[in-house]
Design a protein around this ligand. Structure first.
Ligand code: ATP
Ligand code: MG
Length: 375
């Protein structure tokens, strides 16, 4: 168990700055998830923690010890990559034991450690097989076993499940959560998968262009994104955005005029906003109701023309146009009857709406408004 501190980490490759002043404190035993668009620096940051990459500036601390210049083998960190290369000519047992043999442990200690790990991961019956005789999920478990057996202080997982099919991902996700609960180890996990990030993380770091955009619990990021980037990145399908302008600013919040001349007052702090200021209005697809009663009372109703309906089983995803022009997505349950070409009345509750300034920053909710994170 260990804390990890990243202090002012910069990384420059040639003349490209890949990491820019990254400051992250990871608590002992925490499950921290890194998310962000492709190329934003997630793998580079993981490699920096592991010691496979040296930062251009800044420090990596593990348990208060500065390991910035320490060899990877001396950091007590184990990394599991997306493409986990198992040794094809070795059995599962030998693959897991390999690192321990290098550490010159006794044969019986190695044997006991491998069997213990195999039992945690439920791969005991596979120990004598070669990797070619395993499924993708089983191979992934062996790769994780290789990390666990070294009893690292910190686990680094870089998209470890992305090669697996959907069902196996869900199964492995649950197994990793259980593993974390059992080992109580510090884990840092990179994923592109929203569900993994939301369900596995104690806290999430959203990276963009090598910078930390926001660090918080899954529900903080979902309910109170600090800027438009985080608002659009966390949540699936992504938040709807409409360009609007402010028509009134007072104690009740900021009133904006949506296309179609509909006015709507969002209970946010209007500091720095003037009448006429350009703002971005945001509302999540699951916070747009299709009618009163089912999705709760509305503050504003808008007419929308349905373009397309996707049936997801328990819910539907409606692609519609507001005021003939503005694309909006609505996620809803219990409206199987909505079809292509319908005209709908959609319901919006202002306390579930967000406003962003022209610099992208979110206007903060008014002090007496506790914005609920779900509808
Ligand atoms: N050794 C290197 N030399 C030069 N540029 C590099 C090197 N390694 C990574 N980069 C660049 O650094 C940036 C960040 O790469 P990184 O692999 O950390 O992104 P990522 O967030 O992990 O992306 P993905 O989600 O696609 O895995 C990219 O623009 C990449 O091209
Ligand atoms: Mg990567």
């Amino acid at each position: 168990m260990s804390q990890v501190k990243l202090k002012g980490i910069d990384k420059v490759f040639g003349n490209t700055q890949v990491l820019d002043g990254v400051e992250i404190d990871i608590a002992d035993g925490e499950f921290m998830v890194f998310v962000g668009p492709s190329g934003c620096g997630k793998t580079t940051l993981m490699r920096t923690i592991a010691g496979l990459e040296r930062p251009s500036a800044g420090h990596v601390l593990i348990d208060e010890a500065d390991v910035t210049r320490a060899h990877p083998a001396h950091r007590g960190v184990a990394m599991v990559f997306q493409s986990y290369a198992l040794y094809p000519h070795m059995t599962v047992f030998e693959n897991i034991a390999f690192g321990l043999r290098l550490s010159k442990k006794s044969r019986s200690d190695v044997d006991a450690a491998v069997r213990d790990v195999a039992s945690i991961l439920q791969i005991e019956p596979l120990l004598e097989r070669k990797p070619s005789a395993l499924s993708g999920g089983q191979r992934q478990r062996v790769a994780i076993g290789r990390a666990i057996v070294r009893d690292p202080k910190v686990f680094l997982f870089d998209e470890p499940l992305s090669n697996l099919d959907a069902a196996l991902r869900v199964q492995m996700r649950v197994e990793l959560i259980k593993l974390h609960q059992r080992l109580k180890a510090t884990m840092i996990y990179v994923t592109h998968d929203q569900t993994e990030a939301m369900t596995m993380a104690d806290r999430i770091v959203v990276l963009n262009g090598g910078r930390v955009e926001q660090l918080g619990t899954p529900l903080e990021l979902y309910g109170r994104p600090v800027n438009r980037f985080v608002a659009g990145f966390i949540g699936s399908p992504k938040m709807n955005f409409l360009e609007v302008s402010a028509s009134r600013v007072d104690d009740g919040g900021v009133t904006v005029t949506l296309p179609g001349d509909v006015e709507l007052t969002v209970p946010v702090d209007g500091e720095g906003v003037e009448v006429g200021s350009a703002l971005t209005f945001g509302v999540r697809p699951e916070h747009v109701g299709i009618r009163d009663g089912v999705d709760g009372p509305a503050d504003v109703r808008l007419s929308a023309q349905v373009d397309l309906v996707e049936h997801l089983g328990s819910e539907i995803l409606v692609h519609a146009k507001l005021f003939d022009d503005y694309q909006i997505e609505i996620k809803s349950t219990g409206h199987d009857s909505v079809t292509h070409d319908d005209r709908l009345e959609v319901a919006i509750r202002t306390r579930l709406c967000h406003l962003f300034g022209d610099d992208g920053r979110a206007l903060s909710p008014l002090a007496d408004e506790s914005t609920p994170v779900t509808a």
